[in-house]
Every structure is written in structure tokens, then in C-alpha cells.
Design a binder for this molecule. Structure first.
Ligand code: SF4
Ligand code: SF4
Length: 482
């Protein structure tokens, strides 16, 4: 029997089944232990010292107790703490991105995804470099600066060379004032050598969802194809880091297995990365299983309601305060609003989840990977964020300034990164407003920028930000950053 060891490089040891079961037992036994819950909440509170902010975060066992707790007043305290941490480290900024589906050819048999190899009636499509150009121009014309590229696993149709060519194409397109400044990559688990190639191609974050941490369930949900190999998939982030990628994004697909099990596994994975590589995950995504072509989410009997989903988000925020959290347009406006309060720091906007969807007037459905719940345009999402008090940000500065991995985390862990995030958010918002926004959004956005100058720390940075924004508004000068 494998023994739990967060320092191990073996999946069965760092995501140890027995340790998860023990954790869930401990959480169940302590879910009404007010004294312990208070202790855990106190440990997680942000500490301010010499103008810096620190958070201790929580172990997977401690966080599991919070998630299991059913005492309404304590849950309220959890939500309050999650909001406090969110505000301390991420302020009122929300980073925007869009997914770009390159190809839905896939050799795997994932039971929850319509791109599975046995689905014979879904049209298969792979964008040519010329088609990618058109998609990227459409995305730039919406105002996007940050993309997450997605492709099924298919060594013949989507080899690594195709992905590398596509990244090159995306970065090369400069249409009007537009540019894609950060390409995150969501492709199947691969070799150290391929991760090295992705790093050399200048990717931002490498994202790979675990789907489920429950090994037996995982193997049943992935009956065929290379993805069936749980250990190879689970150890992918270690290979990515060995290949030089130091920003990695984790995620589980909530609804496939029991959420408490997934939650413990997710945090153990984060602890493992921190222990072995000195850097935890850059982001955690929280997708839920959704309807799609031949997929009915009700088939999976572990679906979670919105309240539980909210609690999961709050507990992740408290446990790993330095990890960005991402929510996609799988979720409705209402759910996304709550998620933003509880801890989510990045959202997609105006997304098309089909291969080649951005160039079309109407949202195509035939090759969609999942049904989009939030169907608003990017401008509508931006206007909404401004209206509810958030600063929409298109910032990509850290990765371009080489602030990745532990360099990034050091700044993040003292709250100092905010001194960059805030002015960068305002400058990139100004670019969006001048180049892409509808009149009303522009008017409200410019008012927000005026108001937010006061929240920039440091007179010099404030003055420089004002100067740059003046330049953005009065000329075609772009891409200022701290
Ligand atoms: S989830 Fe990914 S690997 Fe699985 S079928 Fe869909 S595209 Fe293929
Ligand atoms: S400054 Fe860095 S951490 Fe802050 S929003 Fe920009 S890229 Fe993200």
C-alpha cells in the first residue's frame, strides 16, 4: 500500500487515497468542533506587518474541516474571511481572458466530454494557421489580450509541432492596436521534452485539469486512450516544472466524484508542488460538469448545488490565498457574481467554446465542448464588472517582465504585487476603453479610472500611471506596464 508523502514524485504517494479518506474522516468528526474551527479560521486570517500582508494558508486537513462544517454562523465567518483575503491580495480587480479552441480531434474516451473519440456525429475540425489568424483578429477586435488555447489529444492531428506553430501565429498577429500578450496552454499531459518546447515558445501558464483525483473513478471515466493512465496524468505538473514551466494551473471537474474528496486531492496536489518545486499552483480552476452534445450532466450523480459550489470557492480562497482562481462562462452571471466575491480573480468573457467560433456572427453549437451559461459579449461583461465595483484588467505584465514561478510568488506572498496589479489594471482597462468599448462602457470606465487613481500606492507610480493613461487616451501608444 502506498504511503502518503507530499515530497514524493509518485502520484499514489502525493495524492494518497488513504490520506484523503483519513482527512475526510477527521473533517467529519470535527465538523461541529467550534473550538477547532475558530482556531483554523484564526490561523488563516491575513496578518499586516510593515506595510506587507501575509497569510499562512491551511493544510488540506484543516481546510477539509471548514468544508465539512455545517454551522451557519461559522460558514458566514468563512465567507467573510474569504472576502477579506480576496480583497487583501487581489483588491477589486478581475483579469479577463478567452479560450481559443484549436482542434476537437481527440483519441481519448472521456465520458464527460463531447470530443471523446467514439462520438461519430460531432463534426471534427482543426484550425489551419490561416484560420487561427482570423480567430485571433476577431479576439483582438473584442479587446482580448490573454488567451487559453485548447486542443484535444491526438498525436496525428494535433502534434506538439501544431501547437507550437499555433502559439507562434497567435503571438505574431498585431491587428490595429491589438495584441495577444499571453498565451496559456491547456493540452494533454505530455513529456518533459514537449513541456520544454512549450516553455521556449513563450507560454504563460500550463493548465491541466485533473478532472478527478479519485483513481478508480478516474480510470472508469477515461476508459480508453492515453488519458486512461492516472499516474501519468497526475504527475504531469512535475514534468512541466522539470521542463522549465513554473506557472501551472490545476483544476477538477466538479460533479464527477464526491466534492469533498476532490477538494482534499486538489489541496494535496498544491501542497505537493510547493513542497517539491518551491512554488504552488499559479491558478486553480473550478469548472462544473455541464451539458454538451452527447453529454448529460445528470448521468454523473455527484453534481453540486450553487451553495456548495460557493463554499468550495471560499474554502479554496482561504486555504491557498496566493493562487489565482478561475471561473469560466460555464457558469451563469449570478453564480459568477458570488464567485467573484468569494475569491475568483480571473474570468473568461465573450467566450466561444467551439472550434472556430469567434469569426462567426452567431455562436456556433455544433462543435462546442460545453454549453455556455454566460452568453454576454465581452463589452457587456466589462460594463457589468464596472457597474458592480470591479476593475476589469487585461494585464499580462508579470510573465512578460519575467515575474513567474518563485519570483512571482515572493511578491505575491507579501502583497507587494498589488503595487503593480492596480496601475496595470487601470492602464489596460484604458486601452480597452479607447480601442474597443461601446460609448456607455467607455464613459463609465473612464470615471472608474479617475476614482481609482487614489488607490494607487506611491506618488511616483500614481503620476506615471496618469501620464501613461493620458498617452493611451490621446495617442496610439500602448502596452505600458509596471
Ligand atoms: S476532455 Fe480533453 S482529452 Fe477528454 S475527450 Fe475532451 S478533449 Fe479529449
Ligand atoms: S501585475 Fe502580474 S499578478 Fe498583477 S494582474 Fe498583472 S500579471 Fe497578474
Amino acid at each position: 500500500m502506498a504511503v502518503y508523502d507530499k515530497n514524493s514524485l509518485k502520484a499514489d504517494e502525493f495524492i494518497n487515497h488513504e490520506e484523503i479518506l483519513e482527512t475526510l474522516k477527521y473533517a467529519e468528526e470535527n465538523k461541529n468542533n467550534v473550538e477547532l474551527i475558530d482556531e483554523i479560521l484564526a490561523k488563516a486570517k491575513p496578518i499586516r506587518e510593515d506595510g506587507k500582508i501575509f497569510c499562512k494558508g491551511l493544510s488540506h486537513r484543516e481546510a477539509a474541516v471548514l468544508l465539512a462544517c455545517e454551522i451557519p454562523e461559522k460558514i458566514e465567518e468563512m465567507f467573510k474571511l474569504a472576502k477579506e483575503i480576496k480583497l487583501a491580495f487581489y483588491g477589486n480587480r478581475i483579469v479577463l481572458f478567452a479560450p481559443l479552441y484549436l482542434s476537437n480531434y481527440c483519441v481519448n474516451g472521456c465520458l464527460y466530454c463531447p470530443y471523446h473519440a467514439k462520438n461519430k456525429h460531432i463534426p471534427r475540425k482543426k484550425l489551419t494557421q490561416e484560420e487561427i489568424k482570423k480567430e485571433v483578429i476577431a479576439l483582438q477586435d473584442m479587446g482580448h489580450k490573454r488567451l487559453a488555447i485548447e486542443a484535444g489529444e491526438d498525436p496525428v492531428n494535433n502534434p506538439i509541432e501544431y501547437i507550437l506553430d499555433s502559439i507562434k501565429t497567435i503571438y505574431s498577429i498585431k491587428h490595429k492596436n491589438g495584441a495577444i500578450r499571453r498565451v496559456n496552454v491547456n493540452i494533454a499531459a505530455t513529456t518533459v521534452e514537449n513541456y520544454r518546447k512549450l516553455k521556449e515558445a513563450g507560454i504563460g501558464t500550463y493548465i491541466l485539469f485533473q478532472e478527478t483525483y479519485h483513481k478508480k473513478g478516474y480510470e472508469e471515466l477515461h476508459p480508453t486512450g492515453p488519458k486512461h493512465d492516472y499516474n501519468y496524468h497526475t504527475e504531469a505538473m512535475d514534468r512541466a516544472m522539470e521542463g522549465g514551466i513554473d506557472d501551472v494551473g490545476l483544476g477538477v471537474l466538479f460533479g464527477l466524484d464526491k466534492y469533498k474528496y476532490e477538494f482534499a486531492g486538489l489541496l494535496m496536489h498544491a501542497e505537493h508542488l510547493e513542497a517539491v518545486h518551491g512554488v504552488g499552483p499559479h491558478t486553480i480552476s473550478v469548472p462544473r460538469v455541464k451539458k454538451a452534445d452527447d453529454i448529460d450532466p445528470d448521468v454523473f450523480d455527484n453534481g453540486i448545488d450553487d451553495e456548495t459550489f460557493e463554499k468550495i470557492i471560499a474554502c479554496i480562497r482561504i486555504a491557498v490565498p496566493y493562487t489565482g482562481m478561475i471561473i469560466s462562462t460555464r457558469e451563469s452571471e449570478e453564480v459568477r457574481l458570488k464567485a467573484l466575491e468569494m475569491g475568483v480573480s480571473q474570468i473568461s468573457g465573450g467566450s466561444r467554446t467551439s472550434v472556430g467560433g469567434y469569426g462567426e456572427e452567431e455562436r456556433p453549437h455544433d462543435t462546442e465542448q460545453f454549453d455556455v451559461s454566460d452568453t454576454r459579449t465581452l463589452d457587456e461583461v466589462i460594463a457589468w464588472l464596472i457597474e458592480i465595483g470591479y476593475i476589469p484588467s487585461f494585464c499580462t505584465a508579470c510573465y512578460r517582465a519575467g515575474r513567474t514561478g518563485d519570483r512571482f510568488m515572493t511578491l505575491c506572498k507579501t502583497g507587494q504585487i498589488q503595487n503593480c496589479c492596480h496601475p496595470n489594471a487601470l492602464m489596460t482597462l484604458a486601452e480597452y476603453l479607447m480601442d474597443y468599448a461601446k460609448d456607455k462602457t467607455k464613459e463609465e470606465g473612464l470615471k472608474l479610472i479617475e476614482k481609482e487613481y487614489d488607490n494607487i500606492i506611491g506618488d511616483k507610480i500614481r503620476e506615471l500611471t496618469k501620464e501613461h493613461i493620458k498617452d493611451i487616451c490621446e495617442s496610439n501608444k500602448r502596452d505600458f506596464r509596471f
